[in-house]
Design a binder for this molecule. Sequence first.
Ligand code: NAD
Ligand code: UDP
Ligand code: UDP
Length: 415
Amino acid sequence: NFLPRSGLTRLSGPHTGRVPVGITGRRPRIVVTGGAGFVGSHLVDKLIARGDDVIVIDNFFTGRKENLVHLFGNPRFELIRHDVVEPILLEVDQIYHLACPASPTNVMGTLNMLGLAKRIGARFLLTSTSEVYGDPLEHPQKETYWGNVNPIGERSCYDEGKRTAETLAMDYHRGAGVESSSCLLEETIASLHCTNFAQIAANQIVEDGTTISCPILNLGCSCLWVNLLNNYRNSHITYRIAHLSVFFLSPPSVRDITVSDFDVRIARIFNTYGPRMCLDDGRVVSNFVAQAIRKQPLTVYGDGKQTRSFQYVSDLVNGLVALMESEHVGPFNLGNPGEFTMLELAEVVKETIDSSATIEYKPNTADDPHMRKPDISKAKELLNWEPKVPLREGLPLMVNDFRNRILNEDEGKGM
Ligand code: NAD
Ligand code: UDP
Ligand code: UDP
């Protein structure tokens, strides 16, 4: 189960991160970390619908099995209860990394998923956030803006965690480029003194400058390995390995020859709403919708003049997939440029759910960004993506889901 994927994807020419069906005889295999959450579960639905094999990794910290229960029993779907802070070994073609507790463990989880992607040559997509722009001094925000984040504030754990995750992703991306210089097989043989179980993926073995094959050398022990390498040596041909990965099960004796062949993608997601959102995580859309259904006043923090731009979840999922399938690293803003003050949002919620709903003002939280609106020209141009669902159309699409869950909750409490 340690088969490296990079060799397989290379067979199809330019590395797209997807293994075309027919060439390897199997469907793309995709990991979605945080797939039991709000965004993740919608993404999983889309991937399954288009025929992919999907593995969800989730520790159910904020996610729920209910979001995926309709997929249980589907042979193309697998759910692993696992905390991404712990290392994991899997073989896949793409990793959508959404798992993210708003805590420092966010960084550890990202590091592990990058390590996994690097080892298996998978394409890795990080779901970063518009929070990396902090309380922005540029409006609307372009991807080139570096942000205005208070590093010691109440919300900085999330913001700085995601900023660090972006840094890690870019470092791995740059590292992959630096490491993929070719090395002579002869030199490699000479430098390997491995006594561990190992596997080699020798992609693009080149003879006299021509690619002759992409063998996957899957070796169970070092003596087999040495025999095989000797065969190459005895053929008196100089082979050059353009992409070489060596994987070890036990602590490696040779680390510095690992050459990775994987891709990174970064999405900066702006405020997103839709069915399956957490009912009580305190975000403004879920708060207002739940409050209106429960006949409670809508809690507006501060003067309600701060702005956000709200994106419907299906638009986001389309953007994430477009980015994953593209040849661009990013970062890309994925958000709906329609900008609303919180008071305007409250009005839309009243129009949609209950026109008699009242408003209750509460103190705002520290460091709350005054405004936020994505500039999406980059995603429009390079990903051919833009959101389609305006707030007034999207909001009604989440009301039934919220009503049902609130009703079930009330019944659970004996109300
Ligand atoms: P969510 O809380 O609904 O989903 C996150 C999922 O990750 C949950 O299922 C949770 O159980 C899981 N998880 C958390 N920590 C984990 C861990 N250590 N190991 C395994 N699983 C873990 O949140 P969401 O709104 O669906 O967000 C998904 C991603 O998008 C997150 O990375 C988030 O930062 C990013 N994002 C979301 C928004 C938004 O408006 N929803 C905006 C910006 C960025
Ligand atoms: N990792 C993982 N699965 C893998 C490969 C790596 O979870 O298949 C984890 C590994 O445990 C490490 C992290 O990813 O904590 C980073 O791995 P990398 O090889 O990049 O760094 P190193 O181990 O050399 O520090
Ligand atoms: N907010 C509000 N009432 C609420 C919850 C949030 O007025 O019940 C405000 C909050 O102060 C912020 C905006 O809504 O200005 C968006 O908050 P959210 O937590 O949804 O998103 P983020 O601040 O992360 O963009």
